[in-house]
Design a protein around this ligand. Sequence first.
Ligand code: NAD
Ligand code: TYD
Length: 352
Amino acid sequence: MLMKNILVTGGCGFIGSNFIRFLLEESNYQGKVINLDALTYAANPESLADIAERYPQRYTFVRADICDKEALQEVFEEHPIDAICHFAAESHVDRSISGPGAFIQTNLIGTFNLLEMARHYQERIALFHHVSTDEVFGSLGAEGFFTESTPYKPNSPYSASKAGSDHLVRAYHKTYGLPVTISNCSNNYGPCQFPEKLIPLIILNAREGKSLPVYGDGSNVRDWLYVTDHCRAIWLIMTEGKHGETYNVGGDNEMANLQVVESICDIVDRLAGPLPEGPRRQLITFVKDRPGHDWRYAIDFSKIRSSLNWEPTETFDTGLEKTVRWYLDNTTWVERVRSGEYRAWIEKQYGE
Ligand code: NAD
Ligand code: TYD
């Protein structure tokens, strides 16, 4: 079945907006995109303002909540959706610790609602692709990698809610024959990420000469993947992946948090010029650790490499330099997010 009307949920968030840009500008996809997003604090439709203008025939935005079954029903009735790429989620671990409720609602109940909708319209659904995280596997010690058969052992309310949603997606394939694929990806970085996550937060604080908070001793390790490499992997899985299968996606870029923060300091010093008080590394401040902080994530992505011929193209050096440049150059996007003005625009445009 050919995909002609792809519903992208969470398309105003970080990865979703990059995915829509990739789909319309860089992939071989010829059809339409329906971007369904509730526009939570993490969403910024301004990330896609140029896309909305340039592709009026192929790009539609609908403000709707995946927890609202009636709203979903209306979207499926109005648009001949034949594929779903599901990004919409509450995505920040720290927020899941201070307020897990929204994570259960969106990540579990919202995914369930979407699966039910796909089941209802199953005869026209070519694919339900579920975007998930490596955090479902829990934490590694110094050795080893997550593979597709690593048992799930989530440690935060965020990762537990994502693990539950992965199981639901898999169950809908086994039980109802829904054509599904799942990807479990490592930490992404790149343009348009909300500056509460490590990399954009550190870039912007470094630019402004503010303190750079590093949790614990900064030894926790993440496997960083440039967002466009992730988008390319998702599209490959959607077009060539095997239904019912999961694919691990990683960057082959393991890095301790302290090393990431130091690299950002050095790039910002070089690109923006040093601060009068000296190199930005002096701004690093070790703060209280995150409760239940996973120590190390590392992905074995040999399955997607051998079966779909995917590999990351950015190294951490090239990807980080691009990302820092993006945040330094896109001052309007940054200032509107930092000041909260982007919310006023959303309210004016879509009503809150
Ligand atoms: P994000 O927080 O930047 O964006 C999430 C988007 O979902 C926002 O636009 C938000 O408005 C929307 N949303 C939230 N609740 C909604 C609801 N109830 N109904 C409709 N829309 C809703 O997240 P992201 O970093 O772009 O992550 C996207 C997906 O990728 C998530 O499923 C996440 O678990 C997964 N993932 C993220 C990473 C990462 O490093 N960021 C890594 C692996 C997997
Ligand atoms: P984050 O970007 O929140 O992603 P995740 O928790 O999903 O991996 O955090 C990345 C790593 O950086 C994680 O080990 C926590 C750490 N961290 C800090 O040290 N300081 C910060 O201010 C933030 C937001 C994260």
